[in-house]
Each structure stands twice: as structure tokens, then as C-alpha cells.
Design a binder for this molecule. Structure first.
Ligand SMILES: Nc1ncnc2c1ncn2[C@@H]1O[C@H](COP(=O)(O)OP(=O)(O)O)[C@@H](O)[C@H]1O
Ligand SMILES: N[C@@H](CCC(=O)OP(=O)(O)O)C(=O)O
Length: 372
């Protein structure tokens, strides 16, 4: 590979279960060798690579000879605990062919949603890369319950891309990219090669996973692409079985669906607000407040709020929507929901009179806000 052709310095590669099993019920080791070779070539050419790998549950089923288990969280945790060690063993052996070492990072929501843990994860990810070790990331499925799960590795890989300040995220799957309809259901579906912005009409095209192997389908890949591109990371969704796919993507050859990054990416703290904390509640705004916040860069004030939903504390992340439920952004609330409920529609100047104290004029200050 010609190094001068590569326009990227740090790349996150996410491999879905569909790619790792080639649609079968077990890890396709022959194909994993091929993918390890492509990543090793990239590293040889001076690019830093972070691997986000699915496949633990599939590997667990294979290793235990497909046990007949109930479809419960406990079964998945057990399969993931067994399979993750098989998976990391396989990657470790495959990369050792090229003299490369790997380090395992198993993350849960808490590692990303708590600002301090987020910064810690960022530090050790960077430390591995600095030492020339390939970070291999998966969700810590063995300990993660529904409440503390990121849930899918598409979203996890986008967070990894933000954590390590990557400039490219490659999501490899069992389709050539994002189509204008699910190609499994519509044989006339056409590949979308370039996406300049992600809106509701595009989200409508992206369906869930139908194979029973993957989690989330194209919908979670679009969520991941949206988070990454807002943080200045380019994204490509492509087939993990396309010949030399990783090389082709990094050399900007036409392959899959390319999402360009925002020209003015969010600053670091706002990236964390976008990708980190779980949303705890919502405030519904009137049209003029929506316009002021999204178009004029105003703070979000109690005056423009018409309703509060959910129970949240001061400092929690909440979304703001219009009356139809469309989400226009999110941010950290300076007031808890019980307080906001009391000052809905009221002028900021009356906050102290109503509550007996105030934490400032804004419910969400624009410095703590991401407009979507
Ligand atoms: N618009 C679309 N374009 C491409 N694939 C789609 C679309 N909508 C839904 N899909 C489905 O998404 C699946 C890939 O997601 P998933 O099964 O989660 O794979 P992975 O294991 O790679 O994450 C495809 O097999 C396809 O059936
Ligand atoms: N963490 C799980 C995979 C979750 C997931 O998102 O799967 P996939 O849609 O195949 O990328 C595992 O290792 O089995």
C-alpha cells in the first residue's frame, strides 16, 4: 500500500457478527485472517488502528456446541463470558502472525456516561496506541444488564472513535453499504454512495437487523455515523467481504457508503454531551424558543418551555423537542425536573421568587448544549 495515498492517521474498524461469521453460526477464522492482514498492512503503513469487534455471543455458542438455552440476559451473559475469551484469543493469535500485540478493552455505558470514567477510558486507549498495541474493544456483555448497556457495537464504535480522536470510522457489515431500502426485503434497493447529512428521511430507510445474527441493523449504524460525523470523524459503511475493503476505504476508493464529517466539528466537551450521558428527561419548547435555541444560539430559558417529561436531577442530560416530539437537541440541565415543572413558561427573572433560589437564568446554557 502506498502510504502517500492514505489520508488518515487513526482509524476505528468495527466488525459486525455478520462479517465475523460470514452468515454462518460460527466464527469464520479464514476470513478473520484476511481482515487481520488488511489491518496489519494499515499499521505497517503508519496508520493507528482500533478494532471494535462483535462476535462474543456467536463464539460462545460455537464453543459450547450450541447449547439449548432460554433467551434471557443471564444466558447471553454466560455465552459472552465464554465467547469473549475465545474471540480475543483468536484476534491475539491472528495479529501475532504480523508481530502485533493486542490489548482488550471491555466497556459498558458507565465508562462512557460518567465524564471522569470517559476521560480515563480515553487515556488508556491512547496509552495502548502510543505503545503500538492494537486496542480491541467490545461491550462488557458478561456484566452488562439492559440498564447499563450501550446495546450495540455500532454506537460503541462511534464512541470509541470520539474517545481516541480518530479521523475515520469503518463499519463493516454483510451489505455493500446503506441502501435506499433493506436489500433483504427489496431486491431493487439501490446503494447510497455519499451522504452529506443525516435527517429523518434517511433514518426512515434504515431498518433493524433481520438475520438474527446482528444487533440493531442499519438503524444503529446511522446513529453511529451521526455521532461520529458531528465530532469530525468520516464514516464508511461497507461490506466486510469486499476484496481489500479496508485498504480501498483508507485510499478513498469508491466503496460502500461514505459520510463526510462536519466541517466545524463539536468541541470536546460537547462531543461527550452528544455521545456520553444517558438522556434522563425532556422539555417541550414552543416554536419561538426552538428557533431561538437552534438558529440564534440562545440559552434555553424557562419561558419557552411548555411541558416537562421524566424525572431528572440538576446536571442530568435532557433533550428538548417541539410539540410534535421532534428532538432538536440535548444538554445538561441546570435545574432538576421538579424545579423546572414549577417555572414552566415563567420569565427567568421570577425563578428565585418561585423556587426560593436560582442557579442562573438558563435551564440549559448554550455551552452545555448540542443542537441536532
Ligand atoms: N437500508 C438498509 N440498507 C442496508 N441494510 C439494511 C437496511 N435496512 C436494514 N438493513 C439490514 O441491516 C443488516 C446489517 O445489520 P446487522 O445485522 O446488525 O449487522 P452487523 O452484525 O454487521 O452489525 C443487513 O443485513 C440488512 O438486512
Ligand atoms: N457485543 C456483542 C455484539 C453486539 C452487536 O452490536 O452486534 P453486531 O450488530 O453484530 O455488531 C457480541 O460480542 O456478541
Amino acid at each position: 500500500m502506498n502510504l502517500s495515498e492514505i489520508g488518515y492517521r487513526r482509524v476505528v474498524v468495527k466488525l459486525g457478527t455478520s462479517v465475523l461469521t460470514s452468515g454462518s453460526l460460527k466464527l469464520d477464522k479464514a476470513h478473520m485472517v484476511e481482515l487481520a492482514r488488511q489491518m496489519a498492512c494499515l499499521i505497517e503503513a503508519g496508520v493507528e488502528v482500533v478494532l471494535c469487534t462483535s462476535g462474543a455471543i456467536a463464539a460462545g455458542k460455537e464453543h459450547l456446541d450450541y447449547p439449548d438455552l432460554p433467551d434471557t440476559i443471564a444466558s447471553k451473559q454466560m455465552l459472552a463470558a465464554v465467547g469473549q475469551s475465545q474471540l480475543i484469543l483468536a484476534w491475539s493469535q491472528l495479529f501475532s502472525i504480523y508481530g502485533l500485540h493486542v490489548g482488550q478493552l471491555l466497556l459498558t455505558q458507565a465508562d462512557l456516561y460518567d465524564r471522569e470514567r470517559y476521560l480515563n477510558a480515553r487515556d488508556y486507549l491512547n496509552a495502548l496506541l502510543k505503545s503500538g498495541i492494537i486496542p480491541i474493544i467490545n461491550e462488557n456483555d458478561a456484566v452488562a444488564t439492559v440498564e447499563i448497556k450501550v446495546g450495540d457495537n455500532d454506537n460503541l464504535s462511534a464512541r470509541a472513535a470520539l474517545l481516541c480522536d480518530a479521523d475515520l470510522l469503518i463499519l463493516l457489515t454483510d451489505q455493500k453499504g446503506l441502501f435506499d431500502a433493506d436489500p433483504r426485503k427489496n431486491s431493487d434497493a439501490k446503494l447510497i454512495t455519499e451522504v452529506a447529512s443525516i435527517d429523518d428521511s434517511l433514518r426512515m430507510l434504515a431498518g433493524g437487523a433481520v438475520s438474527g445474527l446482528g444487533t440493531g441493523g442499519m438503524a444503529t449504524k446511522l446513529e453511529a455515523a451521526d455521532i461520529a460525523r458531528r465530532a469530525g470523524v468520516e464514516v464508511v459503511i461497507a461490506s466486510g467481504h469486499h476484496k481489500d475493503v479496508i485498504q480501498n476505504v483508507v485510499c478513498k476508493k469508491p466503496v460502500g457508503t461514505h459520510f463526510s464529517a462536519l466541517e466545524h466539528p463539536l468541541e470536546c466537551r460537547k462531543q461527550w454531551i452528544l455521545a456520553g450521558p444517558k438522556v434522563q428527561g425532556q422539555v417541550i419548547l414552543d416554536p419561538s424558543a426552538i428557533a431561538a435555541v437552534t438558529k440564534k444560539g440562545s440559552n434555553l430559558h424557562s419561558k419557552g418551555i411548555v411541558e416537562v417529561k421524566g424525572l431528572f436531577e440538576r446536571g442530568d442530560t435532557i433533550e428538548f423537542t417541539d410539540a410534535k416530539g421532534k428532538v432538536h437537541g440535548k444538554g445538561m440541565s441546570r435545574y432538576g425536573s421538579i424545579d423546572v415543572d414549577k417555572i414552566v413558561g415563567k420569565h427567568s427573572e421570577s425563578i428565585e421568587a418561585v423556587l426560593g433560589y436560582d442557579y442562573g437564568d438558563a435551564i440549559i446554557h448554550r455551552n452545555d448544549m448540542v443542537v441536532l
